[in-house]
Design a protein around this ligand. Structure first.
Ligand code: SAM
Ligand code: SF4
Length: 330
């Protein structure tokens, strides 16, 4: 799948559910209305889409949501995708539902790596940010369990918001050092359900980096994948081979659209060429009315061709997508 700017699609993000047990303020504030159950892709449909994209050159499939671990048939989804494509299978989770047994099962089914979201190490703030009963300790225990199962390289995702948790960059970097994982700071994006994004709540990646460097000097890694969303650094005082890293994903201050290799499928089977697309391509209806694999492949190919040059977040004409991140699949 190639777009009109010559970018090749190698990464697919499939949202396997729009449901979530958290209500993060930057994602589901004040609340979201979930899709009717019959609109969600079935396991067969998720596997079929994954398999078709595998035959179209996708090399990495990331399961996302909502919260993917809430899907009652997650193990089957992973195992059946594994059986139909050679693409690597990764997952992003809030880590509230991890256990050694579930991680072992998912790994045996074909999951290779995990990204875990954690925005605060302070219990009260974590509760305020995620509006859940989970705690940072539970998330960190989940990360340790995933390390024990070798679902590596493990990445931590953190969204900093001014006035909420923007003073925690160094503490989160310390976690990366002590666990030997990469923590990636994602700039807060206008993808919240309330459409309440304001630049005053946004923390630029450069500011986060400067705060970390005051305590832990960083060295740019030259092994970064050019299509990666993150600029990655290692800690100057740790050996170069250490897995402890800091990454910055700066879609607002330094968009990386030029090297984008991603396509997204929402939980109700819509193709989104970009996180910020305002147009979606329906795969579910044709699938449910007897479309062949070739016809579905054609929809994916056509949708890819329309991928916009960039998201234009900072442009005055920018229009925030109707759906929040939880429904698009982050
Ligand atoms: N529930 C899982 C989780 O939170 O990891 C997976 C889905 S979540 C939508 C995927 C990622 O999107 C998370 O790391 C979350 O922090 C990020 N995210 C959600 N809303 C965002 C926003 N408005 N700006 C930046 N990142 C956001
Ligand atoms: Fe749920 Fe993830 Fe959105 Fe938080 S960011 S509300 S955990 S989908």
């Amino acid at each position: 799948m190639v777009d009109s700017y010559g970018r090749i699609i190698r990464d697919l993000r499939i949202s396997i559910t729009d449901r979530c047990n958290f209500r993060c303020v930057y994602c589901m504030e004040p609340d979201v209305r979930f899709l009717p159950r019959e609109d969600l892709l079935t396991v067969d449909e998720i596997v079929r889409v994954a398999s078709i994209t595998g035959s179209l050159g996708v090399r990495k499939i990331r399961l996302t949501g909502g919260e993917p671990t809430l899907h009652p048939q997650l193990g089957a989804i992973i195992g059946r995708i594994r059986a139909t494509t050679s693409a690597e299978i990764a997952m992003i989770t809030n880590a509230s539902g991890l256990s050694p047994v579930s991680l072992r099962d998912w790994k045996a089914a074909g999951l290779t790596r995990l990204t875990v979201s954690i925005d605060s190490l302070k219990e009260d703030r974590f509760a305020r940010l995620t509006r859940s009963t989970c705690t940072p300790a539970t998330v960190l225990t989940g990360v340790e369990m995933a390390l024990a199962e070798d679902l590596t390289p493990i990445k931590l995702n953190a969204v900093l918001m001014r006035g909420f948790n923007d003073d925690e960059a160094t503490d989160l970097a310390w976690v990366a050092r002590s666990l030997g994982v990469e923590v990636r700071f994602i700039e807060y994006m206008p993808l919240d359900s309330a459409h309440a994004w304001e630049s005053s709540k946004w923390v630029p990646a450069a500011e986060t980096r400067a705060a970390i460097e005051r305590v832990y000097p960083l060295v740019a890694c030259d092994d970064s994948d050019p299509s990666s969303t993150a600029r990655t650094f290692r800690f100057a005082d740790l050996p170069a081979e250490s897995a402890a890293r800091v990454g910055f994903i700066a879609p607002v201050s330094s968009p990386f659209c030029g090297a984008c290799s991603r396509l997204r499928i929402t939980a109700d089977g819509m193709v989104r060429p970009c996180l910020f697309s305002t147009t979606e391509w329906d795969l579910r209806s044709p699938m449910r009315s007897g479309a062949t694999d070739q016809e579905l492949a054609d929809i994916l190919i056509d949708a890819t061709w329309t991928k916009q040059a960039g998201h234009g977040i900072t442009s005055p004409e920018f229009v925030q997508p109707e759906r929040p991140m939880s429904a698009i699949g982050g």
